[in-house]
Ligand binder design. Structure first.
Ligand code: AMP
Ligand code: ZN
Length: 470
């Protein structure tokens, strides 16, 4: 049974969704005011991994990742750039979707943009006012009164008694620290610094605070209660605490069953962030010899609750790990042994399935799951050495790996080809063309199949054969 570490209870809990078989999952998406850095992507890769594993184990996942296109940072950025908020944010949003494809992150079912949900946000704040949790200040802004919410601080393990005794300050800005908590803005009254970015509301012109955006979009798209909520660990407080307060103050029901947070990706032991200027983009990594699949491998095979210090050396080491897997597949698809060890091979595959599930069920213990894959590769390499893997076994092994790769999503996605692999493809194509000239089409088709199992598609154009990697 899958166990997940819940930030709310600080324990690993058995996973059981609210509704049998369907998992409602929400991930706090990017604020589109700048390029999205690889630290952000480490959180999205974690969310992708979990979603893929839930799919692998048979759950249907209904997932939403929002796009924050209005907040303090996007407004400031669009004004500085002299662009409308929509034009300014759309360019980063577009790059974001492109990036997701590059590292095999499956698209979410929905990517709502906050500016399209202003009506729901206003309705939400009105409800908070009616329920006695919100109040208006002289400038026309609306704040959430944290002293009214009895469990405020619980998610971040803050001492609720002290919190209430000290409460009273107000936080106008979207982001603030634990030791700086206070009532937070739900609706921010218009000021000249907002340019022409404003919406009409019962409290006058203004715009939503950041925290209320997620609460309102979740309620609209997923309902009052969801199974899993994900974000980077920096969001535990205040953002996620504020989401809980807002939603539960409206519904009176527990909002999220499992809160999951990814530890930070660090550089020189500091959080990678736009404000510190120590960030790297996928573009930077795409230019390295290691490449982007190595980045996916690095993040996905590290445990999500361990902070990871990113270095180019760690990326290179990941590339080497990945190349071992690739080379195994090349060896496997090139081997021409007999199938006399097929039973032993099958046992190894079944054992690997068990080890994979046991590791992943334990709070997505990917370091253990990848170690199990390498043990399998070692065992199979020994049988290949003895020339005892034939075409039937190859098919079974590839099927096994393809199934597991629905979760890893880096094995059959060789984006940049290493020269060895390229040479191997070309040799096979020459071999196949010789067969075709000799009209030995059975042999030619066999080679085509072999290429396909290596992820290579071919197309004959006269006597020439073009190939591409799927
Ligand atoms: P932002 O665009 O700053 O709102 O962040 C988008 C997502 O990336 C949030 O879930 C953050 O918690 C997460 N995030 C930001 N920086 C990092 C980092 N260095 N490591 C891991 N996740 C991060
Ligand atoms: Zn959020």
């Amino acid at each position: 049974m899958l166990k997940l570490y819940n930030t709310l209870t600080r324990t690993k809990e058995d996973f059981a969704p609210l509704k049998k078989n369907t998992v409602k999952m929400y991930t706090c998406g990017p604020t589109v005011y700048n390029h999205i850095h690889i630290g952000n992507y480490s959180t999205y890769l974690f969310s992708d991994l979990l979603k893929r594993y839930l799919n692998y184990t048979g759950y249907k996942v209904k997932d939403v990742m929002n796009i924050t296109d209005v907040d303090d940072k996007t407004i400031k950025g669009s004004i500085t750039a002299g662009k409308t908020l929509t034009d300014f944010t759309a360019q980063y949003e577009k790059m974001f979707y492109n990036d997701l494809k590059l590292i095999n992150i499956l698209p979410a079912k929905k990517n709502p943009r906050a500016t399209r949900y202003i009506k729901q946000i206003v309705k939400f704040i009105k409800k908070l006012e009616e329920n006695g949790y919100a109040y208006q200040t002289a400038d026309g802004s609306v704040y959430f009164d944290i002293s009214e919410f009895k469990t405020y601080g619980q998610l971040a393990n803050l001492d609720n008694q002290n919190l209430k005794a000290d409460a009273g300050g107000r936080m106008a800005s979207d982001e603030y620290q634990k030791d700086n908590y206070g009532d937070f803005a739900l609706w921010k009254a218009y000021t000249a610094a907002d340019g022409d970015i404003k919406w009409k509301s019962p409290w006058g012109y203004g715009r939503p605070g950041w925290h209320i955006e997620c609460s309102a979009m979740i309620m609209k798209l997923l309902g009052d209660q969801i199974d899993i909520h994900i974000g980077g660990e920096d969001l535990v407080f205040p953002h996620h605490q504020n989401e809980i307060a807002q939603t539960e103050a409206v519904t009176g029901k527990p909002f999220v069953k499992y809160w999951l947070h990814r530890a930070h990706l660090k550089v020189d032991d500091q959080k990678m962030s736009k404000s510190l200027g120590n960030f790297l983009l996928l573009n930077d990594l795409a230019k390295t010899k290691a490449g982007l699949m190595a980045f996916r491998y690095l993040i996905v095979t590290s445990h999500y609750r361990q902070p990871l210090n990113f270095t180019m050396d760690s990326l290179q080491a990941a590339a080497e790990g990945l190349n071992k897997v690739y080379h195994f597949i090349d060896r496997l698809t090139a081997t021409r042994g007999d199938d006399s060890k097929i039973d032993e091979t099958l046992n190894y595959l079944e054992e690997n399935n068990r080890q994979f599930a046991a590791a992943m069920d334990d709070d997505l213990n990917t370091p253990q799951a990848i170690a199990a894959l390498f043990s399998l590769i070692n065992l199979l390499n020994k049988i290949i050495d003895q020339n005892l893997i034939g075409s039937k076994s190859v098919k079974l092994i590839l099927k096994h790996l393809k199934k597991q790769d629905k979760v890893w999503a880096f094995i059959f996605s060789r984006k940049s080809l290493d020269p060895l692999f390229q040479r191997q493809i070309e040799t096979l194509i020459t071999e196949r063309n010789t067969c075709r000239t000799k009209k030995d089409f059975t042999a030619a088709d066999k080679i085509r199949e072999q290429l396909l199992s290596m992820g290579v598609e071919i197309q004959d154009e006269g006597s020439d054969t073009k190939w591409s990697v799927k």
